[in-house]
Design a protein around this ligand. Structure first.
Ligand code: GLA
Length: 728
């Protein structure tokens, strides 16, 4: 299928529909990288290995092994033995040495794709996936490496992971394990990464690649608001639809490092893996460490090509929820409606009005448990506050169900408030360093999930609530970063495992929850979008994108998010104005149009908004029902970016069969004395004929794609339109 082995030359060629990736062996032991790019027919000549071009092959230049090591395009470079570039792995052995050198020992090719124990990973059957495992070994340490590559036959993706087994006699500490390393020529690429902060997540940033290292990373214990476990190399001048783009994305929710290093010989070393800072994993004899998965893709169809590949990969091969191909219930969440100030009656009033408007689920957010009337208290005490909710959750959920809505609930299971019964009885359950008072964030601490009795408590706290009432949805929140990294449970030579064990425990908790409640709709969240990553997407088909619900701010946030994630995964709600984060006033219609490019829902007091706005809700609900199949399943095309042009935003979703398309156009700031804008609509079938809803004329797809249409001219700022195009 996708993987060919040429025994004579020791070359593997991994093919996806439009790309090839070639690996070779130099001197029978060094695993080298030969090619990654557009699909090619054969494995080429050995000249690609630059044979004879010293110092590439050591046998040709035995006197200078070091310069061979330092320029060899390695698939998984070791540490401290001649390659001065960033290593993929490093250790501390019993003697205190850090050197490690994985040398080739064998390979295996098989149909299908292995899962990674305890970790989220993409999946695919034997009909779609083929896997190459390359074995390597450091004889001195007795450390065995398996480099795992899987190709997909239906998307241009190669996934990578690594497992490392201690086959020696003494324990070894792994101090760095990158999942992937890729050495390639430094052609004219720019590096693209995503950056932000709370309420302004995932803004795209390009930078030049200079000599030395440039990186994005997180050491916060979560993938973070600030940076994203992703990097792309985009050919200079690459546009949305043209140009070579390499994308690398990490299926992991904790600390990461995404780095590019440009060497003296103008090669690039691209790496992605768990951030080595704060990481040290002790491997006893016989134990195996599994590195999380990395996704790599290459396209000649620009940024849009990368986006559509990743969207397809995640929709088909990562999201497992029974909801993945289904319309999600339109929810109304009470956070921005009431904050902590609510009771059963208030929630039921919202539910009744919501029902009248066609909304399908009420989600009760933070504040229903313990004495949680503000954010200073009670995390960990997951008992319902009967003063607010007399008769408890069952009564509330039953009443909401009677009204005709499903019921959902908020949790922040990983946290503990210093002011909680839980903390008073188990102060050592919080992550803290001996002798230091841990740093508070939102006045809370983080639970030490490396400790089995803590995860057991957390699981039962959530599961017993879900067992007690008819709960269809959970918003699983995580509102602070990890600091003061000490565990009262882990031994002193395992303290460096805390951050990774924490993430593994979150995964195990969600896995268990979904096994017990397979129909549950889970939405992950982290102070907005601090843990919006492919790891969490494996557990929840949607993730809350940002606490900033302002329609205009959301344009850039959703653009950056949709660069990598399908719209079906992006939690987006219509909220009240003036917007609670930025104070901006935007038309209700625009707020609806922008939220339609996500899961769609409401986050406002529906009993208190103006009559005119309330009347628009059933119309927006109808739009959602009409367009959600298309938005959820279609191909996403970015047409214009407000982030770049400071004036308007435009994107389209085109059905896979090219029979229909929905274009969203937002005029952010109006301009004086200007003519209407031309919008070219990509992705349509050139030979098909289409009609734009509301117009008589019929156009060929290539007309709409090349000549385009004129965007509506609006008076005023923050105006928007949906343009629906259907094949005739
Ligand atoms: C986080 C979430 C919000 C809300 C609050 C509740 O900030 O992102 O949506 O749930 O917590 O405290």
């Amino acid at each position: 299928m996708g993987i060919i082995y040429e025994e004579e030359r020791g070359i593997w060629k991994l093919d996806t529909p439009h790309t090839s990736y070639i690996i070779g062996i130099a001197d029978k032991q060094y695993i080298g990288h030969i090619y990654y790019g557009a699909r090619i027919r054969d494995c080429g000549g050995c000249s690609w290995m630059r044979t004879g071009e010293a110092p590439f092959v050591p046998s040709e230049n035995m006197r200078d092994k070091c310069s061979f090591m330092d320029s060899f395009p390695a698939e998984y470079p070791g540490n401290g033995v001649g390659d001065f570039r960033e290593s993929a792995v490093s250790v501390r052995d019993e003697a205190g040495n850090t050197a490690v050198q994985p040398l080739y020992t064998g390979y295996r090719i098989y149909a299908g794709k292995p899962s990674i124990p305890g970790l989220p990973a993409t999946f695919g059957g034997e009909d779609v996936c083929e896997t190459l495992e390359l074995s390597a070994r450091d004889e001195v340490l007795g450390l065995a490496f398996t480099l795992v590559y899987t190709v997909f036959s239906d998307v241009d993706v190669i996934t990578r992971s690594v497992r490392i087994t201690n086959e020696g006699e003494k324990p070894i500490a792994l101090t760095k394990v990158m999942t992937m390393s890729l050495d390639m020529d430094a052609e004219d690429y720019r590096m693209l990464t995503l950056h932000g902060s709370w309420a302004r997540e995932r803004r795209m940033e390009y930078r030049e690649i200079g000599y030395g290292k440039q990186s994005a990373g997180s050491v916060r214990g979560e993938s973070s608001h600030q940076e994203h476990p992703f990097l792309a190399l985009a050919e200079r001048g690459a546009t949305q639809e043209r140009g070579t783009v390499y994308g690398f994305h990490f299926v992991y929710s904790g600390n990461f490092l995404a780095q590019v290093e440009k060497s003296q010989f103008d090669s690039l070393r691209v790496q992605l893996g768990i951030h080595p800072q704060e990481f040290c994993w002790k491997l006893e004899q016989g134990q195996t460490f599994y590195a999380p998965e990395a996704v790599q893709t290459c396209t000649r169809e620009g940024l849009g090509g990368m986006s559509r590949t990743l969207h397809d990969l995640y929709r088909k091969h990562l999201i497992r929820s029974p909801y993945r191909n289904k319309k999600r219930p339109i929810l109304i969440n009470n956070w921005e409606a009431t904050y902590f100030d609510f009771d059963t009656e208030k929630l039921l009033a919202i539910a009744r009005e919501a029902k009248r408007c066609g909304i399908e689920m009420l989600v009760m957010d933070d504040g229903w448990f313990g004495r949680r009337n503000d954010d200073n208290t009670s995390l960990g005490d997951w008992q319902v506050n009967e003063e607010k909710l007399p008769g408890g959750l069952k009564r509330l959920a039953d009443e909401v169900n009677k009204i005709g809505l499903k019921f959902g609930i908020w949790f922040e299971p990983e946290m503990i408030s210093p002011d909680s019964e839980l903390y008073r009885s188990h102060p050592d359950w919080a992550i803290a360093l001996p002798g230091r008072k841990p740093c508070r964030a939102r006045n809370q601490y983080v639970l030490d999930l490396s400790r089995p009795e803590v995860t057991e408590y957390v699981y039962e706290a959530v599961a017993s609530v879900l067992r007690s009432a008819d709960i269809a949805y959970v918003k699983w929140d995580m509102n602070r970063q990890l600091t003061d990294l000490g565990s009262a449970f882990l031994e002193k030579d395992r303290q460096g495992e805390l951050m990774h064990r924490y993430v593994l425990a979150v995964y195990a908790l969600q896995e268990r929850l979904l096994a017990e409640f397979p129909e549950l709709l889970l939405e992950n969240c982290s102070g907005g979008g601090a843990r919006f990553d492919p790891g969490m997407l494996y557990y929840s088909p949607q993730i809350w994108c940002s606490d900033d619900t302002d329609a205009i701010e959301r344009l850039a946030i959703q653009e950056g998010t949709a660069l990598l994630y399908p719209l079906s995964a992006i939690g987006a709600h219509v909220s009240d104005c003036p917007n609670h984060t930025v104070g901006r006033i935007t038309p209700f219609a625009t707020r609806g149009h922008v939220a339609l490019a996500g899961t769609f829902g409401y986050e406002l007091d529906i009993t208190a908004i103006g009559e005119e706005e309330r009347k628009m809700i059933p119309e927006q609900v109808a739009l959602y029902h009409r367009y959600n199949d298309l938005v959820r399943e279609g191909d996403y095309y970015r047409i214009a970016s407000y982030r770049e042009n400071h004036s308007y935003d435009c994107y389209a979703v085109v059905a896979k069969d090219r029979s229909e398309a929905l274009v969203t156009y937002v005029q952010v700031l109006n301009r004086a004395n200007c003519r209407s804008r031309r919008i070219r609509i990509p992705g349509l079938a050139p030979e098909k004929r289409y009609r734009i809803e509301g117009q008589e004329a019929v156009y060929y797809g290539d007309t709409l794609q090349n000549a385009g249409i004129f965007a509506p001219l609006f008076r005023g700022d923050f105006q928007s339109a949906l343009i629906y195009i259907r094949e005739v």
